[in-house]
Structures are given as C-alpha cells and as structure tokens.
Design a protein around this ligand. Structure first.
Ligand SMILES: O=c1ccn([C@@H]2O[C@H](COP(=O)(O)O)[C@@H](O)[C@H]2O)c(=O)[nH]1
Length: 293
C-alpha cells in the first residue's frame, strides 16, 4: 500500500491525549464535512467529482484552524465511487498536513475477521484512507470490534463506538431494557479499554482513552434514565445533533452534566450552510465553537 505520509506510530501520542490537547487549544467543536447533493447545489457546484473536490478543499482550508477535529461523512464521498474515495484520501492527507485531527464517519462493523480489514483500511499505518479515528457500529457485539480497538491502541489512533445515536429511531433498539439496555452495555464496555494499564479508575478521572462513544446531543435525559455513568468510561464523546438536528448548547450541558469535559460536539449542515465563501464558513464555525465554549 502507498504510504499516506503519516507519522510513525511510535512517534504518535495516544489518541485521547491528542484529542484533549486539540480541544484545549481550539475548543469543543468538530466540524463535519458532509457534501450533500443539496449543499453542492447551494454552493453553486455540480454533483460530480470536481464539485466534490472543490467542496472538500474549501471546507478543509476554512474549518481546519477553528475545529478540534474534522469529520468527513464517508457515505457522501462513496456515492461518487472510487474517484469520490480518492477525494476523501486527499482530504485526509490535507488534514494531516494542516495538523487537524480527523474522524472518518464510516460506521463500520462486522465479524472479527472482516473487521480486521476495516481496521487496516481506516486505522492502518500507510493506508491511504487512514484517519486519526473512525466511527464503528457495535450491532454485532462490542467484542467483534476488537481488531479495530487493538489497532487503534497500537497506532495512537482512536475509535468512536455508537452508544446512543441522535436519530429518533435509535431508541427502539438502544434504550430498551433499562439497567440492561444495549446502550448501557456498550457504553460500559469502553471503560476497561480506556483504563491505563488495565486499571479501571474510580469515577472522576477525566484522562481520555482511545475508545470513544457516539452519544447524540438530542438524547435528552436518556443517560440518567438508563443509569449510565459516562465520566467513569474516560471515553471521548462525539456528540452529533447540535445545529441542524436541533440540540442547543444548553440542551447538551443538561444531557452530559459532569461529563461535559469529554464532549466534542459535531455539526455539519449547521456550519456548511454558510458556504461557499470561506470567510463566512469560518465565521459560522467560530460562532459555533464560541457558543459551545
Ligand atoms: O448518531 C449519530 C451518528 C452520526 N451522525 C452523523 O453526524 C452528522 C450530523 O450532521 P448534521 O448535518 O450536523 O446533522 C452526519 O454525518 C451523521 O451521519 C449523526 O447525525 N447521528
């Protein structure tokens, strides 16, 4: 595989430390790069590979200085075929050069043997699609994700496992069962993986580990209702739902309570609607970052 120009794994600090440093320096905003057909049209671009490349380049240059991380939505590159994925590779390489962390929102999940191939693609040294982290779906069981979790730890990268998603349909699977809910089991499973040297810390220690969680900003009181102690997991929390899906900073502070320091709020359409002008795009991201902080 061609080398993607990344640092050797040995020289890379653990993902949790790198993310915490980025959040301390730039605030708790992750800017989503979601080139929806409707946004391409609003930006005066064609829904083709050239339009996609222009969109990705503009978003990268405008948003990198103000976001702790960028989150390209993989599906919106995949819909352009192999040339769309080539644009994503260029975007990931550009983010590395600009020193901004990336979260490939691919939501991968499969039996362990296939999961190892997904891990190689999104987290492997020298893979052209390697990002700093990738989103994973635990529907086949948390342990089926092991190859990706282990590779993330080895390479100083991270994963974000779907816990409580922001869409209204998620509750019918994730919230059922109270204390024994799927969401609670998945979320609690991250705790052991985020414990340094296998020691599970007492609640209150906020040093972030490599295994993050996706918890929607829209889930309201679900964490409390399901008896979930997010702070004890030391998981970085990627929170979609802020912006276009309606959650406000006040909603998020109520939802995440004492775990707020772990939360990286992500917004895509809410920021991207300000394009294509790069300075307006950057201002929209700055406003989002400031109201979150
Ligand atoms: O529970 C989830 C998991 C992932 N997402 C993704 O986040 C962005 C949200 O985009 P907005 O335009 O800010 O609504 C998008 O890429 C989703 O696929 C999510 O929304 N909810």
């Amino acid at each position: 595989m061609p080398d993607a120009g990344s640092q050797p794994a040995a020289a890379r600090a653990p993902f949790g430390q790198r993310l915490a440093a980025a959040m301390a320096a730039r605030g708790p905003l992750c800017a989503g790069i979601d080139p929806h057909p409707s946004l391409l049209a609003e930006w005066g671009l064609d829904d083709d590979v050239a339009g996609l490349a222009r969109f990705a380049h503009t978003a990268l240059e405008a948003l990198s200085p103000v976001a702790a991380a960028l989150k390209p939505q993989v599906a919106l590159f995949e819909r352009h075929g192999s040339r769309g994925l080539a644009v994503l590779e260029e975007l990931l390489a550009g983010a590395r050069e600009l020193g901004v962390l990336t979260i490939a929102d691919a939501k991968r999940g499969d039996i362990g043997s296939t999961m190892a191939a997904y891990a190689d693609a999104w987290l492997g040294e020298g893979s052209p699609l390697a990002a700093d982290s990738v989103t994973l779906s635990p529907y086949l069981g948390y342990e089926s994700l092991r190859p990706a979790i282990d590779l993330a730890k080895e390479t100083g990268r991270g994963v974000f496992v779907l816990g409580l998603t922001s869409n209204p349909e998620g509750a019918s699977v994730q919230h059922v069962g109270g204390d024994a809910s799927v969401a609670r089991r998945i979320i609690e499973a991250t705790r052991a993986d985020n414990a340094p040297d296998g020691v599970v810390p007492a609640g209150g220690d906020r040093g972030l580990g490599p295994v993050g969680l996706v918890i929607g900003a829209t889930v309201g009181p679900a964490l409390e209702e399901l008896g979930i102690d997010l702070a004890a997991t030391r998981a970085p929390v990627l929170a979609p739902g802020y912006g276009a899906q309606g959650a406000t900073p006040a909603d998020m502070r109520r939802t995440f309570g004492g775990a707020w320091g772990q939360v990286l709020a992500t917004s895509s359409r809410g920021i991207l609607a300000a394009g294509p002008d790069a300075s307006r795009l950057r201002s929209a991201a700055e406003r989002a970052r400031d109201e979150l902080a």
